[in-house]
Design a protein around this ligand. Structure first.
Ligand SMILES: Cc1cc2nc3c(=O)[nH]c(=O)nc-3n(C[C@H](O)[C@H](O)[C@H](O)COP(=O)(O)OP(=O)(O)OC[C@H]3O[C@@H](n4cnc5c(N)ncnc54)[C@H](O)[C@@H]3O)c2cc1C
Length: 240
């Protein structure tokens, strides 16, 4: 069996094979849409389609569990991008948590103090909002609003301090993953305890399982295709 998971049904796999396998006595670990964009509680409509670069930290119940530097794509109701999709899988694998937060540091290369000095200098020099020299107007407005500054074209020192604190820690609260149609890998699948090391079934002779249908999934970076190749190679070797 190499019938895949349940992600992107349009490409062929809808997960129906798992129903058949359940009837044959296999334990199927719950299928979830891994590596997908996420919906967040905050309103992102004003900055839809923005592409941001930064260091993201995933906090589950206030504890940092994952960090990655990358590009974040803002959607009308959430976030996407490779680093966000990686977070989505980690969140779905986490159990019994209350709150997951994505924190984005848009200026990871500077400390708070360094950035404050820089922004103060820009603010003194610029005859217009210095934020607009760095971000789009939409994003500048978003930052102004969320950092509490009143006027995009006139920041005082306190505004600059608040802007610096905000851009070093732009937070979004996780609501849910997008569904299987937007996911790049299925979390869950056939429980490995039902398989021998050769990937032959322990309960049915001459039946083998490979690829995404196994209860194994990786983050972005070629690991999921590698699993397909490695598991197929394992079966090929044992059959020969
Ligand atoms: C958009 C997208 C981008 C991705 N990018 C990457 C990437 O960059 N790197 C990476 O490592 N991984 C990536 N992946 C994941 C990777 O492509 C999959 O994990 C991998 O292709 C799974 O291979 P598979 O052979 O196990 O299953 P599949 O490729 O899903 O093949 C299963 C086949 O079985 C067929 N089938 C299903 N049910 C039945 C049935 N009942 N009867 C007969 N045939 C059936 C299906 O039609 C399909 O042809 C991506 C996935 C998606 C969707």
């Amino acid at each position: 069996f190499a019938t895949g998971g349940k992600s992107k049904e349009a490409l062929g796999s809808d997960g129906t094979v798992f129903k058949l396998l359940k009837k044959h006595g296999y334990l199927i670990k719950e299928l979830k849409p891994g590596l997908s964009p996420i919906r967040v509680y905050e309103n992102t409509k004003g900055i839809e389609n923005e592409r941001l670069k930064g260091k993201i930290s995933l906090l589950i119940d206030k504890k940092i569990v994952y960090q990655e530097f990358g590009e974040i794509l803002v959607k009308k109701d959430g976030l996407s991008g490779i680093c966000i999709m990686n977070c989505s899988s980690i969140i779905l694998r986490s159990k019994n948590f209350k709150k997951a937060i994505i924190s984005i540091d848009l200026f990871n290369e500077f400390t708070l103090e360094e950035l404050e000095n820089k922004f103060k200098k820009y603010n003194d020099l610029a005859g217009f909002s210095f934020l607009e020299g760095i971000f789009t107007l939409k994003m500048s407005e978003f930052i102004r609003k969320n950092s509490g500054a009143k006027n995009l074209y006139k920041f005082d020192n306190r505004d600059v301090k608040n802007i610096v604190s905000y851009v070093k820690n732009v937070t979004f609260t996780y609501k849910e993953n997008y569904g299987f149609d937007d996911s790049q890998v299925t979390i869950g699948g056939i429980d490995l305890s039902y398989l021998k090391e050769t990937l032959e079934s322990k309960i049915e002779k001459n039946i083998y399982f490979v690829g995404e249908m196994l209860d194994v999934d990786g983050l972005c970076g070629g690991y999921n295709l590698m699993l397909c190749l490695a598991s197929s190679s394992r079966v090929f070797t044992s059959l020969n």
